[in-house]
Design a protein around this ligand. Sequence first.
Ligand code: MF3
Ligand code: CO
Ligand code: CO
Length: 268
Amino acid sequence: MRGLTRGKRPPVYNERQREKLRAAGQFNAQLMDFVRPHVQPGVTTNQLDRLAAKYTFEHGHTPACLGYKGYPKHICTSINEVVCHGIPSDYVLKDGDIINVDLTTVVDGWHGDSSETFMIGRVSPDALRLVQGTFDALWRGIRAIKPFSSVIEIGYAIAGYAQQQGLGVVEEFQGHGLGRQFHQPPGVPHYPVPQASRDILVPGVCFTIEPMLNLGSKETSPPEKDGWTVRTADRSLSAQFEHTIVMTENGPEVLTLTADGPQEGHRF
Ligand code: MF3
Ligand code: CO
Ligand code: CO
């Protein structure tokens, strides 16, 4: 999400509410497992949108993106230099592309939100380095926190790792709290923002970590005429991974882990 959701205290969810969040996160992960095998050369992003929508409705759930602030489709598909909020279209995926598929579902009133970047066919060594680095940066962020950590620890971990890897961290879009709302406090910047040290991850806070890393500079262009699509300013490649997490008394619990997707430590 764009901008900052700091200052206001995040909701703290009890065990009953966490069960709702788990169900939403698990369905979102199941949807990702359903979509993943379809992300192939020759497929259009509109086809992925239709597949995700149909699966979601058939299971009695609702895609959160459609109609959100006027967003026109059910999912986001961000290809190559698109940083985020790419709108599905008749674009045909081709060998060498990278594409982030970002899914958000409402299950019984509660949100689950996750995304993965896929490599189509054979990609350049730089593209592979970017995708691996972004995936690893997400997990560095997750492993940087424990109960009562401050949100700034996520930014230190991700930006520190990105710098080592020579990758740019997008600053205009952040992770976010979620629950009955799609976007709520806390804002989760992927670089250290001083005010984020005031947001404490007490057990029961639910949020996303969703770093967007660029091969080139961290700068982005303003959204395009469609009102959504954001590209890197230098048109270098951009990748993103996202999980929904609830902080528990025992540490972060990742709610959107998939059965078939890349697990922590995965080498692409
Ligand atoms: N899923 C995105 C996120 O991680 C938000 C997409 S909003 C939309 O926050 F309207 F573009 F769908
Ligand atoms: Co999100
Ligand atoms: Co998302």
